[in-house]
Design a protein around this ligand. Sequence first.
Ligand SMILES: C[S@@+](CC[C@H](N)C(=O)[O-])C[C@H]1O[C@@H](n2cnc3c(N)ncnc32)[C@H](O)[C@@H]1O
Length: 300
Amino acid sequence: MNILKEQQVHDNLQNQNKTELWDEYRQLTEGLIRNLDGKRSILGGRALLLGAGNGNDLPLEFLEKGFEEIVLVDIDQSALDRLLTKVSDPNKFKTVIADLSGVSDQLPSSLSDKSEAELIHLMEGLTYNPTWATSIQGQFDFIMTCHITTQLVAPVFMNQVSFLPSQFGAFNVNLNKLANLVVEGLIEAIQSLLSVKGVLLHSTDTFELGFDGNGNPLRPHTAEIIKAVQGDLSKLYTIVPLLGQLAEKSNHITGSTAPLEVFEKLYDRLTTFVNAWHFEDSPHFQKYYIVFGYALTKKA
Ligand SMILES: C[S@@+](CC[C@H](N)C(=O)[O-])C[C@H]1O[C@@H](n2cnc3c(N)ncnc32)[C@H](O)[C@@H]1O
């Protein structure tokens, strides 16, 4: 199996039973889409969901009622099969099994036998191949990146390396560059599929927060974000203007902060949302993702 696919099949199996825990987050996403519909009347048309996976983070009932046709893209067929068991009319959905990273067919079958210099050389030579977009017909009124840009290349490179990369060393610098290249390729390919009045909701997990069983922040960057919102996650909107600054010192998730110029070339920004996604809940560990949602429209 391709290394990118292997990683995602594993992760989707791990997260397949999180439907209940993610209920509140799905409701927040439904609210965002309703809000966007208020601005651009997107409901009733065609939707394209990139990285739909198990569908546990998506308000499926609302989407199914709201759109005429929904196209789901994912590298993991089994996750999309699980999603389709949760909808009322699977005929409304089309599935496309494809690689959105644009680099999977340029990767070797393993990275763990490679030195840091070899991996850097490999990363420098990768280019974005947008073949997935050519297998999709027509244009869409609503396109959503379902927390996918952080998943495309970073997890497989970080999990497979056999050395400990230093935080600001050459390996991480190149991995960030690769993640940005891939997001740029993806965002460009999406533009050709978005209708003139359509909306792209680029939804991306941006910071990971961890707490111990007593609610104490586990890592310095968790404490940094909590300080920025004065201890209250319902005040997350206050960090929107601080994103650049916080991303530098608070360890943003690789693939979440592609440079703004990449977006500004092709899109106008309607609005920015920020929400907390309660991702893991156990007596000894709580995990949240701080998710930024950028609502974008195609430049005229
Ligand atoms: C963070 S998950 C999103 C969660 C998912 N919507 C759910 O509720 O299970 C990211 C999704 O992107 C998919 N994905 C990751 N890398 C991909 C790639 N290169 N091409 C296509 N899909 C990919 C994964 O299979 C997974 O379903």
